[in-house]
Design a protein around this ligand. Structure first.
Ligand SMILES: Cc1ncc(COP(=O)(O)O)c(C=O)c1O
Length: 288
């Protein structure tokens, strides 16, 4: 049975409910985070809580909990869902709470705070061996993509287009510049150099993205944060998609054309091995 946290209480998922006037439901007025938990250790919690604060600041909503309260509460959710010792994916969401429907913020805000846990489903070895398929899609989102907003309708629409085209992800193109995936960040490799677009309001600053850049720097691998054009994407030796739950996925087919030789590339293999090494340290409590 899944135990969730809602506004101060730990409840069975089926017993947790919120008002139909919640501004998250009515307006998508809220933000969220997804935090992996490996062997009971939360992955980069500090960075996730900092991004949560940035998202809350971005929508002008006061953080309802201190960092230590977040940590304590998330750890309690992890503990209460730790029946089979599986890795967990923690989802947390803060909305501007329930109020009479009005676009303007209510005078008195009582945030809705919700946390749940799901079992982390690792990407199958078969999928990693073969790589994934991606399509390119016009980036139809708003201008504040650095905010991790729960209003994900454009992302779901673009993911659905990808699914219907037999692809796993849509890679987004805003005015000729590649921003990210519908639910992932993007990297390309060209002549052994790892490249990802710089952080700005057009993309979500992924925690996985930052770790990959850190690993590249620590390992002395050529890397840079620079704009990627559609032509560069199409000409890449390798394309990777990154996110907390999918880690690093190699794209082997883009818009029906093979990427590189159509197989996951050597730089991806090398980076994935380093990433797994980092996770191993995290499991033993030697990394964060
Ligand atoms: C739009 C978007 N970009 C990037 C990411 C990757 O972020 P992270 O590595 O923090 O999971 C996500 C994750 O869900 C996302 O939804």
């Amino acid at each position: 049975m899944s135990i969730v946290y809602l506004n101060g209480n730990y409840l069975a998922e089926e017993d947790a409910s919120i008002s139909v006037l919640d501004r998250g439901f009515i307006f998508g007025d809220g933000v969220y985070e997804v935090i992996p938990c490996y062997g009971g250790h939360l992955f980069r919690l500090e960075q996730h809580l900092q991004r949560l604060q940035n998202s809350l600041d971005g929508i002008r909503l006061e953080n309802p909990l201190t960092d230590s309260q977040w940590q304590e509460t998330i750890k309690e959710v992890v503990k209460r869902n730790n029946d089979d010792n599986a890795d967990q994916s923690i989802y947390l969401q803060v909305t501007r709470g329930a109020a009479k429907r009005d676009h303007v913020f209510p005078d008195k805000v009582s945030q809705t705070v919700f946390i749940m846990s799901s079992v982390m489903q690792p990407v199958s070895d078969a999928k990693l061996k073969k790589g994934v398929v991606a399509i390119t899609h016009d980036d139809i989102r708003w201008r504040y993509c650095h905010i991790k907003s729960i209003a994900l309708l454009p992302n779901t629409l673009m993911r659905q287009v990808a699914r219907e085209a037999g692809a796993d992800e849509a890679i987004l193109n805003r005015d000729g510049k590649i921003t990210e995936g519908a639910a992932s960040n993007i990297f390309i490799v060209k002549d052994k150099k790892i490249i990802t677009p710089p952080k700005n309001e057009c993309l979500l600053p992924g925690i996985t993205r930052d770790l990959i850049l850190e690993i590249a720097a620590d390992s002395g691998l050529a890397h840079s944060e620079e704009e990627i054009s559609l032509a560069q994407l199409q000409d890449a030796d390798e394309i990777w998609l990154t996110s907390s739950t999918k880690e690093i996925l190699p794209v082997t087919q883009l818009d029906d054309v093979a990427v590189g030789n159509g197989k996951p590339g050597p730089c991806w293999q090398d980076m994935l091995a380093r990433y797994q090494e980092h996770k191993k340290l995290l499991r033993s409590g030697d990394a964060h």
